[in-house]
Design a protein around this ligand. Structure first.
Ligand code: HEC
Length: 139
């Protein structure tokens, strides 16, 4: 079998890294577009500032142990979080540190469905979900 040149391998790796990043961005944009459509005709754009407020809290209405998303995800989105009860590590939410954040619709919906009721005592709206992702995509 012909031996593949190490240079060729390096070249292929250099091609695939930006391609992966572009794939993540496209997948995240699809998810955001879906939430924008769900907001409906009055949609005037997502707000990183509102997303930040949602992330940091504090909120009433949910479990007293979890007044904010930051309770588990830490107030610094670039830091590793810790589940408040189990102590298990949660990789940073900032897309700059964890590039594949918010790229699976199923995973994102599953987690919003658990985490919003725990913190807010209700589901997050499509606008809140888009704000949240917009904030962390810029971190
Ligand atoms: C009780 C701890 C806890 C709290 C509080 C919490 N989360 Fe999470 N969250 C997790 C865990 C655990 C994961 C899954 C592990 C991971 O994705 O790294 C996760 C993942 C997510 C994800 C999936 C991210 C992705 O890349 O797919 C979203 C979205 C999310 N959380 C939103 C929220 C929001 C919004 C709040 C506040 C309203 C919140 N979380 C509060 C524990 C928590």
């Amino acid at each position: 079998m012909k031996k593949t040149s190490p240079l060729l391998i390096l070249f292929l790796i250099s091609l695939s890294a930006p391609a992966l990043a572009a794939g993540n961005d496209a997948a995240r944009k699809d998810i955001l577009d879906g939430y924008a459509a769900a907001v409906g005709p009055g949609f005037a754009g997502f707000s990183a500032e509102r997303g930040r407020a949602l992330f940091l809290g504090p909120h009433a209405g949910g479990k007293p142990e979890t007044p904010a998303c930051a309770t588990c995800h830490t107030p610094d989105p670039r830091a590793t979080g810790h589940h408040y009860r189990t102590g298990r590590d949660i990789p940073p939410m900032a897309v700059s540190v964890t590039p594949d954040r918010f790229t699976s619709q199923a995973e994102v919906e599953k987690r919003f469905g658990r985490d919003c009721p725990a913190v807010l005592g209700r589901d997050c709206s499509p606008l809140e979900k888009g704000d949240f992702i917009t904030y962390l995509a810029g971190q």
